[in-house]
Ligand binder design. Structure first.
Ligand code: FES
Ligand code: FES
Length: 160
C-alpha cells in the first residue's frame, strides 16, 4: 500500500496504512496523537473533531485515503501546557471541564468558530458546538469559556 502524506500540526507525515482506516485511528495509533478521542465512532458525539483545511470535521468517519495533502490540526497543535492557546486558558479559568473527555473536540470546534467569527454571540457559540456532546453537562461553563477566550483574544489582538 502506497504511503499517504498528510500535514499534521504543521509537520508533513507519511503513513503506510490501509486507505480505509479512519483518520482518528491514524492519529491515535500511528502518529501517537492521543489527544483526539474516540467516543462513538459513528460521527455523532464530536469527541474526535479535528480541523481539516481549517474546517471542523469528525475524524472517526474520514478515510485517510481521502485526505492526502490535507492540513490537519489536532488538539496537540493548538497549544502546550507552557503556552496554552487562549481557548485552553479560558477553559482552565472557567473550570469548564469535568472529566475532560469531550474537550479536545470542543476546543477544536471553538477554534474554528473564533477563526471565522472572533466575537460570536452566545447563540452562535451554542450552534457551533451543537455537534459536540458533553456528557458531564458542563455546557454553561463551556459557553462562558469560549466567550472569555473571544474577549481576551480581541483585546489582545490575538489571531491563533
Ligand atoms: S468518535 Fe467521532 S463523532 Fe464520536
Ligand atoms: S467534561 Fe466530561 S464529557 Fe464533557
Amino acid at each position: 500500500m502506497p504511503p499517504i502524506s498528510l500535514v499534521v500540526n504543521g509537520r508533513t507525515v507519511s503513513v503506510a496504512v490501509d486507505g480505509d482506516m479512519p483518520l482518528l485511528d491514524v492519529l491515535r495509533n500511528h502518529l501517537g496523537l492521543t489527544g483526539t478521542k474516540f467516543g462513538c465512532g459513528l460521527e455523532q458525539c464530536g469527541c474526535c473533531m479535528v480541523l481539516i483545511d481549517g474546517r471542523p470535521e469528525k475524524s472517526c468517519g474520514k478515510a485517510v485515503s481521502t485526505l492526502a495533502g490535507k492540513e490537519i490540526l489536532t488538539i496537540e497543535g493548538l497549544g502546550t501546557p507552557a503556552h496554552p492557546h487562549p481557548l485552553q486558558q479560558a477553559f482552565l479559568d472557567e473550570q469548564a471541564g469535568q472529566c475532560g473527555y469531550c474537550l479536545a473536540g470542543i476546543l477544536i470546534s471553538a477554534k474554528a468558530l473564533l477563526d471565522s467569527n472572533p466575537r460570536p454571540l452566545r447563540r452562535q457559540i451554542a450552534e457551533a458546538l451543537d455537534e459536540n456532546i458533553c456528557r458531564c453537562g458542563s455546557h454553561i461553563r463551556i459557553l462562558r469559556a469560549v466567550e472569555r477566550a473571544a474577549e481576551q483574544m480581541s483585546q489582545e489582538g490575538v489571531s491563533q
